[in-house]
Design a protein around this ligand. Structure first.
Ligand SMILES: Nc1ncnc2c1ncn2[C@@H]1O[C@H](COP(=O)(O)OP(=O)(O)OP(=O)(O)O)[C@@H](O)[C@H]1O
Length: 273
């Protein structure tokens, strides 16, 4: 079998007890024995309601937080065993697009500075000089449907959808093969959501990207993802091919989620532009 690009093996993470009402200690188990594998070139959806552990897992994949136990492997390499240099290189291969394109762009920076910033951070790996970085930024903008005339503008001059395109261009700047998409369309109008989702599909096809798509929106996940895992209170309650999970859910939680969203029946109608 082909080695997964990303594998999560039995990852658990608890957070220290907080003092609750009446001085009672309350610990939080954010992730409990989570295992999943993402195959190269696929879109894998992680679906769960607020507080189910999605952000904690994402932070662990990005090495911003360490699990208490378990292993995270990128192309078979245990992230915990990498040297600082190897980790830097790895960070150029795994990038993230956040939910809110308004909050995730520095208003004082030009689009050129925003899109070239990862090229500067990963200069050792990419070896691009200033001129090459500018040319690459223009190429990336064109790839996401913007033009070179946008390079010297600031984020406030763009719509939400355009800002998310800039975020996607920035995420692609270091040449990643795995994109973590953290609710990338949920802050956008529905019509714009469809355009950004279509752009993500096109980019995946053109660049052979793998997507780890984090969402609580089952319609979006059903539209975009090949396989899906449902997470509830830090545990994976069901995972498998998206069609199977949506058409014949096995767990009560999956049935409840899917049953609560009747408009999902024909997702293509909702999203085709
Ligand atoms: N640093 C922390 N300290 C204490 N508890 C935390 C911390 N980070 C997360 N938690 C708790 O861990 C659980 C999982 O949180 P997490 O943010 O991973 O969920 P989520 O699925 O990403 O939610 P959302 O969709 O709202 O972002 C929650 O109960 C949360 O309160």
């Amino acid at each position: 079998m082909v080695e997964p690009i990303l594998e999560i093996r039995a990852v658990s993470r608890a957070f220290a007890a907080r003092r609750g009402l009446f001085g009672k200690s309350t610990g939080v188990t954010a992730l409990s024995n989570v295992s999943l594998a993402v195959r190269e070139g696929e879109s894998f959806g992680l679906v769960g309601e607020s507080g189910s552990g999605k952000t904690t897992l994402t932070r662990a994949i990005l090495q911003l937080d360490r699990p208490d136990s378990g292993t995270i492997l990128y192309r078979g390499q245990d992230l915990a065993s990498l040297s600082a240099r190897e980790l830097r290189r790895l960070r150029s291969k795994i990038q993230i697009v956040f939910q809110d394109p308004y909050a995730s762009l520095n208003p004082r920076m030009t689009v050129l500075d925003i899109v070239t910033e990862p090229m500067v951070i990963h200069e050792q790996t990419l070896g691009l000089g200033q001129r090459a970085r500018r040319d690459r930024a223009a190429e990336l903008l064109s790839l996401v449907g913007l033009g070179p005339q946008h390079l010297y503008r600031h984020p406030h001059e763009f719509s939400g959808g355009q800002r998310q395109r800039i975020c996607i261009a920035r995420a692609l700047a270091s040449g990643p093969d795995l994109l973590l998409l953290d609710e990338p369309t949920s802050a956008l109008d529905v019509s714009v959501q469809a355009q950004v989702l279509n752009l993500l599909c096109d980019l995946q096809e053109k660049l052979g990207l793998t997507y780890f798509f984090i969402s609580h929106d089952l319609g979006v996940v059903r539209y975009l993802c090949d396989r899906v895992a449902l997470i509830y209170k830090g545990r994976i309650v069901e995972q498998g091919p998206a069609q199977l999970v949506f058409d014949a859910p096995e767990s009560d939680y999956a049935r409840m989620l899917i049953g609560a969203m009747p408009k999902l029946a024909r997702p293509a109608e909702n999203f085709s532009a």
